[in-house]
Ligand binder design. Structure first.
Ligand code: NDP
Length: 336
């Protein structure tokens, strides 16, 4: 009997005679033979388009580490079969990071075989489509908010800055922080177009991202009790230079650049903490805590308002748009 077939977006890499490597992705039909090791098989319902998925789908290097690879760093679905005693057929599960869509087949496919060790049970308060709308971006935003809380940045501490505000991480971070009672300032390059959207999420003030994007002094006027940064580079350096004594800056991303042209001054003269956020390797206990808090803290009406749902074959156009900075909020892929 031949193995069952399913649809998947597969990233592949070829090498010509001169050694030049080309990576590309295509929606294709594969069989179960392609699946990698894992003790849980999942019927995938939803995935999403994150910046990393944009890179993988547009053939850019740095995300896929094995080939051929099913793309998609997020998945939400129903367990079909399991050799892991924690999971049974019919369980609704979430997986983000943990190497899927990078070194293990990901969620942009109708089926996945994965390790039960990193799966999180879908919280009762969340539907599968909403869990996918949160996805890696929202999970990362929650990890950043937890890092601020652990560093003692509380709603009464002062303004909290969110950079890359209209992106996936930024949008969910604003909604989470505002719901908790923080006064949120949103830094964006699209204030004219998306100011109302950002205020609707809970931003009290909009800041033009250009004011943070150029080299600045190592210590500047103290403005932020804390910050959630998706941007890196000069932006993160300026945010650190503007953070209050004892403040916390959560570093999530590199939309402007992976460099960090700063000095030790914010750390040694203002006791600023730079907290690193890594959604991919987050341990299971932290995953469960973050998903539990997302289920209780996030306004689901706001989440629906920042979400667009597309079909699997529309993923490529969405990938192009996210790399061009033309997407706001979250894009869910209905893979069924
Ligand atoms: P998005 O593309 O949805 O959002 C990124 C936002 O950054 C854009 O919407 C834009 O916001 C802003 N931006 C883009 N280019 C620039 C630039 N040149 N200078 C300043 N700002 C810019 O991506 P995500 O929200 O999904 O991810 C954000 C970052 O976080 C990415 O770098 C991603 O790789 C990283 N990431 C890291 C994770 C981790 O585990 N640490 C997990 C998930 C994501 P606006 O239009 O408002 O200016």
């Amino acid at each position: 009997m031949s193995a069952p077939e399913f649809r998947a977006i597969v990233v592949d890499r070829t090498e010509d005679e001169s050694g030049k490597r080309t990576q590309s992705a295509a929606l294709t039909t594969v069989t179960d033979d392609i699946l990698m090791d894992g003790d849980v098989t999942v019927a995938v319902e939803f995935s999403s388009i994150n910046y990393k998925d944009g890179l993988a789908l547009m053939g850019r290097p740095g995300v896929a580490r094995v080939w051929p690879l099913i793309a998609g760093i997020d998945l939400v679905g129903t367990v079909e079969s399991s050799n892991d005693p924690r999971w049974s057929a019919g369980d609704r599960v979430i997986l983000n990071g943990s190497g899927i869509g990078e070194s293990h087949h990901g969620g942009l496919a109708e089926r996945a075989r994965i390790s039960g060790a990193s799966l999180v049970r879908l919280p009762e308060a969340l539907s599968p489509v909403r869990a996918a709308a949160i996805g890696t971006a929202g999970f990362t935003a929650m990890l950043a908010v937890l890092a601020l809380e652990r560093g003692g940045v509380l709603p009464g501490s002062g303004d909290v800055l969110v950079t890359g505000a209209a992106g996936g991480v930024g949008s969910v971070a604003i909604a989470l922080l505002a719901a908790r009672g923080y006064r949120v300032v949103a830094s964006t390059g699209r204030g004219d177009e998306l100011g109302d959207y950002l205020r609707g999420l809970g931003a009290a003030e909009i800041l033009d991202r250009n004011t943070l994007g150029e080299p600045g002094k190592p210590l500047q006027t103290q403005r932020w009790a804390g910050a959630v940064d998706s941007v890196g580079s000069h932006t993160l350096a300026n945010v650190l230079a503007q953070t209050h004594q004892g403040g916390v800056v959560a570093s999530c991303g590199l939309a402007q650049g992976a460099d960090l042209p700063t000095t030790v001054m914010p750390f040694i003269l203002r006791a600023v903490t730079l907290a690193g956020i890594n959604s991919v390797e987050a341990p299971l206990a932290l995953r469960e805590e973050a998903w539990g808090r997302l289920a209780t803290d996030l306004d689901l009406g706001l989440l629906d308002g920042l979400t667009e749902v597309i079909a699997l074959d529309e993923s490529f156009a969405a990938a192009e748009r996210i790399l061009a900075g033309r997407i706001h909020g979250r894009t869910v892929v209905d893979v069924t």
